[in-house]
Design a protein around this ligand. Structure first.
Ligand code: 5GP
Ligand code: ZN
Length: 120
């Protein structure tokens, strides 16, 4: 797994507090903040502090699996705090075809409206 921070990465800068964001949760491993261009009434991004380019870089090591499980746990905790008991969606875009625009792993938590299927 890649270690540390990428100096030209916007999400690394948000993690480090160098760019402002509305942070909703943070710990040693992860940060959650409001998406700057929300696609739903609740739209929160959950990221690892470590610069990992995308979910495709996650392998089978215990450390990597633990980190992804931790991120999912944070999403669920935020969903409870945001009162999304009727449901919500977790999205992870991967690579150009997946619609990923920021190359630092992030989980989208979307909620507060009816989601549609299939996604665009
Ligand atoms: P992606 O398209 O890579 O899956 O998602 C990137 C998300 O990051 C988009 O929803 C976009 O609105 C959000 N985003 C991009 N730049 C910033 C920023 O500077 N601050 C915040 N809070 N969100 C950002
Ligand atoms: Zn980064």
């Amino acid at each position: 797994m890649l270690k540390g921070m990428s100096s030209d990465c916007i999400f690394c800068k948000i993690s480090a507090g160098e760019i402002p964001a509305k942070k909703l949760y943070e710990d040693e491993q992860a940060v959650a903040f409001a998406d700057i261009d929300p696609k739903a009434p609740v739209h929160i991004l959950v990221i690892p502090r470590q610069h990992i380019g995308s979910l495709a870089e996650i392998g089978a090591s215990e450390q990597e699996k633990t980190l992804v499980g931790h991120l999912l746990g944070i999403v669920n905790q935020l969903a409870r705090e945001q009162k999304l008991g009727k449901g919500y969606r977790i999205v992870v875009n991967i690579g150009p075809d997946g619609g990923q625009t920021v190359d630092h792993l992030h989980l989208h938590l979307l909620g507060g409206r009816q989601m549609h299927w299939p996604p665009g």
